[in-house]
Design a protein. Structure first.
Length: 500
């Protein structure tokens, strides 16, 4: 069964490569670009391997996936996708080594948006489309796509475990009678938002190609752009506000759209995570606006840094809103005036905090997720209250529902593991040649699937100049962040491999 599912997943990737080939062939005809053979050959290789796995799976006597198998399938499928997905970058000469190609592809599928490319504007359309579609496929996940449209592949298997392993959060909520129907509903919402976003972009100064590519990466909260200057390339307030709108929408739990279409407004009103997500956007936008306003009064802010700040109230609101929503949704787009490295140290801490938190569970955003932060603070309050009133019992509630002790333990374990992984990565990246600050923030941005870091990896730079060892470490961090630690951690435990 594992081989059959791997085969189906690779055939889906081959289909995406064929779609990209069609785009590349079109631009070969109208613009003389030469990257189409790279995608056709990669599609053939990926499809052949997929068929081989599928046929091996058909011959297997084992008919269902066990819970242990689901974690293995999800983790390895992302590695396989990145391995085959990097081939066009190598064949086309976009990059000249496996390390950079794998880093760029993993950044795409994990919707991180960290890049090693210094010449995005000069890349052929096929490469640019492939970068965008990798992020769109990774937004909701290819395994969730398989459950949605090819449910018979995992017939009789642990579909809830498959879904939870790739789309983890505090809990897995069925929006329909089956997980297949739930996955299908989520993908329908995902596709509808993508189409609407592309249309709105095209109504502005974006051409059709850029509108489609940016819609892919906006709804996936990925952040890859067809231009080195990202959204700032267009110098358009309209494009920036449309981008803010759809980044914000993509950071919301997609279940809310299901409830909205079914007029379940009572469920939406009670959703505590959504409330805090919107409150955080408002609060931090005001915080950045006020910091821009009072920045001239701080001695730590230099004249050069002040020159990079927005100077009118309208520009301060626009820049702050874009920056906050891009961070909280973990999209990583940069607009005009959004190079936070040039703003000064006053702006770095809130930037990192938002980068870590991320959006809502059940969305395409990365980060720790807003609901876990809410649970963490409520657990702290619960502990304090129990210390004060030792004879009383307190519970943690989210949206009016009691959070079970098992879920509380998992949240606390997640934060503990996050701190351990953070410390190990800072040590590893320092040993790989990065400074302490750049290593720490590069880990946080890759783990949170945001994209830009600070210093040489900041908004005006990229990850090209770090060592190969650091790139492999950060590639692994993107995968761990996308699947949220536990799915990957289980593969490195002895009990996992011994369990029947």
């Amino acid at each position: 069964m594992k081989s059959k599912l791997f085969g189906v997943l690779l055939l889906i990737e081959a289909a995406a490569l064929l779609l990209t080939s069609a785009v590349a062939l079109h631009y070969q005809r109208v613009a003389g670009e030469t990257d189409a053979p790279c995608f056709l050959l990669t599609a053939a290789i990926t499809g052949a391997v997929g068929l081989l796995f599928y046929n091996i799976g058909n011959m297997s006597k084992r008919g269902t996936l066990q819970i242990r198998d689901t974690f293995l399938v999800v983790a390895l499928s992302w590695v396989l996708f990145s391995f085959f997905g990097m081939l066009p970058f190598l064949m086309n000469g976009t990059v000249d080594n496996v390390t950079d190609a794998f880093f760029e592809t993993m950044s795409g599928f994990s919707t991180t948006g960290a890049t090693i490319l210094n010449n995005i504007d000069s890349q052929p359309h096929g490469i640019l489309f492939w970068r965008s579609i990798t992020q769109w496929m990774g937004g909701l996940g290819v395994v969730v796509f398989t459950l949605a449209f090819l449910p018979s592949v995992a017939k009789g298997s642990k579909k809830v475990s498959l879904f939870a392993a790739e789309a983890p959060g505090l809990s897995v909520e069925k929006l329909a009678p089956t997980m297949g129907a739930t996955s299908r509903l989520l993908w329908i919402i995902y596709i509808a938002l993508t189409l609407l976003c592309a249309i709105m972009y095209h109504l502005g100064p974006m051409d059709k190609f850029d509108a489609v590519c940016h819609a892919f990466t906006t709804i996936a909260t990925g952040g890859f752009s067809t231009h080195q200057a990202s959204i700032g390339y267009y110098h358009s307030n309209y494009i920036e506000y449309i981008c803010v709108l759809f980044m914000l929408l993509s950071g919301i739990n997609f279940a809310m759209y299901h409830f909205m279409f079914n007029r379940r407004f009572d469920v939406i009103r009670r959703n505590e995570e959504l409330h805090w997500y919107l409150v955080a956007i408002l609060f931090f936008t005001l915080l950045f606006v006020m910091r821009f306003y009072f920045a001239p009064n701080f001695r730590t802010i230099t004249e050069e840094q002040l020159a990079s700040h927005p100077h009118t109230w309208w520009d301060r609101i626009r820049v702050s809103l874009f920056h906050v929503v891009a961070l909280l949704s973990n999209t990583g787009f940069q607009s005009s005036n959004c190079d936070y490295d040039t703003w000064g140290r006053l702006f770095l801490i809130p930037t990192v905090v938002l980068m870590i938190v991320g959006g809502c569970a059940g969305s395409t955003s990365g980060g720790i997720k807003m609901v876990r932060v809410i649970v963490l603070f409520k657990c702290i309050r619960k502990t304090v209250n129990e210390l004060i009133h030792s004879s009383s019992m307190y519970t943690v509630k989210i949206s009016g529902q009691i959070v079970e002790d098992l879920s509380l333990k998992r949240v606390m374990s997640f934060f503990s593991l996050f701190l351990i992984v953070f410390m190990l990565n800072v040590v590893g990246l320092s040993a790989a040649g990065m400074s302490l600050e750049e290593g720490a923030i590069s880990f946080l941005t890759c783990f949170s699937n945001y994209g830009p870091g600070t210093g040489i990896t900041g908004p005006s730079g990229n990850f090209d100049n770090i060592s190969n060892a650091a790139k492999w470490i950060l590639s692994f961090d993107m995968l761990v962040g996308r699947l949220e630690i536990f799915t990957i951690l289980l593969l490195f435990t002895r009990g996992f491999w011994r369990a029947k």
